[in-house]
Design a protein around this ligand. Structure first.
Ligand code: HEC
Ligand code: HEC
Length: 222
C-alpha cells in the first residue's frame, strides 16, 4: 500500500529538484549580466561598483562583493520605497524587477574578490578607530561596532553588513546619511541611534579602521 502512495511524492520532489537545477544557472547568469551590462533604464553596475563588485574607494562607490544577498536586496528595496535617499541609486533600483534585484544581489554576494590594498592612514587615527570598533565608547553610550558587525567587521547574518574592506569615504557618507535622516531603513533603527552619537573625529577614525581591514578571498561570510 505504501509503495504506490510514495510514488507521486518522489516524482514531485525530483521534478522540483530538476526545476531548481534548470533555474539557478540561468538566474546566476542574469545577475552577472545585469552587473556587467545593466538593464534598460539602469547603467552597468560595474561602471561604478567595479567589475567584481570591489567598489571604488575614492569616489565613495561601495564595495558590494561578499555582502549578504538578503542585505543587498533590502538596500535595493529601500532605494525603491524611499527609506534610503540618494541622488544616484533610486532610479537604478527602480529599473530592476524584484527578480533582477535578487539575481544581481546573489551575484555580488558570491564574489570573493580580495579588498584592494588601502592606503595606510596615520597610526593614531587607526588606534582610535580600533578602540571604537572593538570596545566602543561607553562614556557617551557608543557600543562596540563589532558587537553587531562581527569581530574584525566581517558581518553577521543577513542584517549586519560587513564593514571590513569597505571604502572610508562611503562609511563616512552613510553615517552622515543617518544623521541627516536620508537613511532610515535600518532594522529597529539600530544604526541611526549610534550614528547620532558619533563625533566627526570618531567617524573618520572608525571609517579609516574598517577600510584598512582585509577581506580574505575565502571569507566564510556570504
Ligand atoms: C553611477 C554610479 C552607480 C551605478 C551605475 C550603480 N550604483 Fe549602486 N551605488 C552607487 C552609490 C554612490 C551608492 C551609495 C549610495 C548611498 O550613499 O546611499 C550605491 C549603493 C548601492 C548599494 C548599497 C550598498 C550597501 O552597502 O548598502 C547597492 C546594493 C547598489 N548600489 C547596487 C547597485 C546595482 C545592483 C547596480 C546596477 C544595476 C548599481 N548599484 C549601479 C553608485 C552606483
Ligand atoms: C546594535 C547593532 C549595531 C551596532 C552596535 C553598530 N551597527 Fe552599524 N549597522 C547595524 C545594522 C542593522 C546595519 C544595516 C542597516 C540597514 O539594513 O540598512 C548597519 C549598517 C552600518 C553601515 C552601512 C554599511 C553599508 O554597507 O552600507 C555602516 C557604515 C555602519 N553600520 C557602521 C557602524 C559603526 C562605525 C559602528 C560603531 C561605531 C556600528 N555600525 C555599530 C547595526 C549596528
Amino acid at each position: 500500500m505504501k509503495q504506490p502512495r510514495r510514488q507521486p511524492l518522489a516524482c514531485a520532489a525530483s521534478l522540483a529538484v530538476a526545476a531548481i537545477l534548470m533555474v539557478s544557472p540561468a538566474a546566476a547568469q542574469d545577475g552577472a549580466a545585469i552587473a556587467a551590462n545593466g538593464v534598460s533604464g539602469a547603467p552597468a553596475c560595474a561602471s561604478c561598483h567595479g567589475t567584481q563588485g570591489e567598489g571604488n574607494a575614492e569616489s565613495g562607490f561601495p564595495r558590494l562583493a561578499g555582502l549578504n544577498a538578503a542585505y543587498l536586496v533590502h538596500q535595493l528595496a529601500s532605494f525603491v520605497d524611499g527609506t534610503r535617499k540618494n541622488d544616484i541609486m533610486p532610479p537604478i533600483a527602480k529599473a530592476l524587477t524584484p527578480e533582477q534585484r535578487q539575481a544581481v544581489a546573489d551575484f555580488y554576494a558570491g564574489q570573493k574578490v580580495a579588498s584592494a590594498t588601502a592606503e595606510k592612514p596615520d597610526a593614531k587615527l587607526l588606534a582610535r578607530g580600533a578602540a571604537l570598533a572593538i570596545t566602543g565608547d561607553w562614556s557617551h553610550g557608543v557600543p562596540a561596532c563589532g558587537q553587531c558587525h562581527g569581530p574584525a567587521g566581517q558581518g553577521v547574518g543577513t542584517a549586519f553588513p560587513r564593514l571590513a574592506g569597505q571604502g572610508a569615504t562611503y562609511i563616512e557618507n552613510e553615517i552622515a546619511a543617518w544623521k541627516d535622516g536620508k537613511r532610515g531603513n535600518d532594522p529597529l533603527h539600530l544604526m541611526s541611534g549610534i550614528a547620532h552619537k558619533l563625533s566627526d573625529d570618531e567617524v573618520k577614525a572608525v571609517a579609516a579602521y574598517y577600510a584598512g581591514l582585509h577581506v580574505a578571498k575565502d571569507s566564510p561570510h556570504d
